[in-house]
Write a protein that binds this ligand. Structure first.
Ligand SMILES: Cc1cc2nc3c(=O)[nH]c(=O)nc-3n(C[C@H](O)[C@H](O)[C@H](O)COP(=O)(O)OP(=O)(O)OC[C@H]3O[C@@H](n4cnc5c(N)ncnc54)[C@H](O)[C@@H]3O)c2cc1C
Ligand code: SF4
Ligand code: SF4
Length: 427
């Protein structure tokens, strides 16, 4: 298309992009960035899908949370290889929701802190707002054995399903032919929740199952996800663009459980393990990271590998993520160095309600968080490492990182010192 032939729709997209970049360059408060597109809503909106694809997907900054895909009221996107594809671009109705829910375009809205209903009094010791934390494990041996850590997540969900406080859960399952490749699952039975237990370190697009839940009207619904996925769901629930899809999420997602996450691994880590241990990928039953990598094989062997060997498999897109502890989840969970215990941070009133019901049903062995002070120290340290970066919009693109010769999310900002005045970072 020559410059004379640029359509009015395209001109508008370009003007929003310009406005957004001016804000970034002029050091405007990051919480104001969303006005670049929100100011267009009353004038009929614009083709936000083009804006999102250019700013986030084409630049390699997309973390794959699928929030844009599952919020789009006209099904513009497909999702492949951990990214949205705007297959039906012409179906865009200019609602702007896809851009508004993307957690990479801007920090989450400030008023989200109020909207989430954090349980009072709120503490913040460096791993996000929370009310209390415990270290717990499931009393039921099956949950404990199948669980990645203490089996708390699955036990809590099955209890919620059986007492009717949820009717389904958006989870991560695995491919039958490769148990380390995660796929989304809408679980509606206790057995389905149980069979999703354990962690896969590849990126599992759990939240893609939200569309199916909405289509089948499965509610109330729980969502388990890594922090980028929880952030996407929160943006969907509380977007200021109040279309039916956003309302559905707000009314029906009643519990979010966020898994602590430094980064996920690329699929190559599976072939690497298989080659190193001379086994087939389907023989790798479980991978767990505890300062070292513990690989459990189908024949019962447990092999320890060095975590350093896995640094090349850190997923490049995870650079654009600053959230380690799922700061916006109702409940945050992680193993943080503990063996077969889950560190559980109760953040919101909703999280407390679900947790307390499971505690009342005597599902868990529980220790006070103070029993393992090193766990909390490690948690805070890992959060700090991940927060010590500029906001993703201000980071180089994936292509620029290739040119700089470093696409590894673990080392890119290793020597960076984040300004302490808030300034351009605004977090
Ligand atoms: C990619 C990844 C990185 C992680 N990194 C850390 C870390 O650095 N530090 C730490 O303390 N904890 C980390 N965790 C969390 C930890 O592995 C456990 O998931 C958590 O402690 C809960 O254990 P559990 O026994 O209570 O859960 P379980 O009862 O075993 O349930 C686990 C749940 O996780 C879901 N799930 C499995 N794989 C994925 C996936 N790839 N993406 C989204 N959901 C999935 C399943 O659907 C299941 O519902 C990570 C998890 C993942 C998936
Ligand atoms: S980060 Fe999430 S919302 Fe943003 S473009 Fe990627 S999948 Fe869509
Ligand atoms: S590091 Fe962030 S972007 Fe990467 S999988 Fe974990 S939560 Fe998602």
């Amino acid at each position: 298309m020559s410059s004379q032939e640029i359509s009015n729709d395209e001109k508008l997209v370009q003007s929003i992009q310009k406005k957004y970049h001016e804000m970034l360059e002029e050091g405007v408060d990051p919480y104001e960035w969303a006005y670049a597109w929100r100011s267009e809503i009353n004038r009929g909106g614009f083709r936000a899908v083009d804006f999102l694809m250019r700013e986030i997907v084409d630049t390699g900054k997309c973390v794959g949370c699928a929030a844009c895909v599952t919020i789009c009221p006209t099904d513009v996107f497909d999702y492949k290889d951990e990214h949205p594809i705007d297959t039906r671009n012409d179906a865009c109705v200019f609602c702007e929701l896809c851009a508004d829910v993307c957690p990479v375009l801007r920090p989450l809205d400030k008023d989200l802190q109020t909207l989430l209903g954090f349980k009072q009094p709120v503490k913040d010791e460096g791993f996000g707002p929370y009310n209390y934390a415990v270290i717990a494990r499931a009393k039921d041996k099956e949950f404990l054995e199948a669980g990645q850590d203490g089996g708390v997540t699955s036990a809590l969900l099955v209890h919620a399903l059986e007492n009717g406080s949820i009717n389904g859960a958006v989870l991560g399952d695995v491919l039958p032919e490769n148990p380390q490749v995660g796929v989304q699952k809408l679980a509606t039975t206790a057995q389905e929740i149980r069979s999703c237990s354990g962690s896969r370190y590849t990126y599992s697009p759990n939240t893609m199952a939200l569309t199916e839940a909405m289509r089948q009207d499965i509610k109330p619904l729980a969502v388990v996800g890594v922090p980028c996925q929880i952030d996407g769901v929160r943006q969907q629930q509380f977007s200021s663009i109040r279309l039916e899809v956003a309302k559905w999420y707000q009314q029906n997602v009643v519990l979010t459980i966020g898994l602590f996450c430094s980064e996920s691994f690329t699929h190559e880590h599976i072939s690497y393990i298989a080659k190193e241990l001379d086994v087939e990928p389907q023989d790798i039953v479980n991978v767990n990271v505890k300062g070292k990598v513990i690989v459990e094989l189908r024949d019962g062997r447990e092999i320890i590998m060095k975590l350093k060997e896995f640094h090349p498999f850190a997923r490049p897109a995870c650079l654009y993520c600053l959230d380690y502890s799922a700061e916006h989840a109702d409940i945050g969970v992680g193993g943080i160095g503990l063996s077969k215990w889950t560190f559980v941070a109760i953040r919101t009133e909703a999280g407390h309600k679900f947790w307390q019901a499971a505690v009342d049903a005597d599902l868990f062995e529980i220790m006070p968080e103070e029993t393992e002070p090193k766990a909390k120290e490690l948690l805070i340290r890992l959060c700090n490492i991940k927060r010590n970066k500029p906001l993703p919009a201000l980071m180089p693109t994936y292509q620029e990182r290739v040119e700089l010769g470093n696409t590894n999310p673990k080392s890119f900002y290793k020597d960076y010192k984040k300004p302490t005045d808030g300034g351009e970072q605004g977090k």
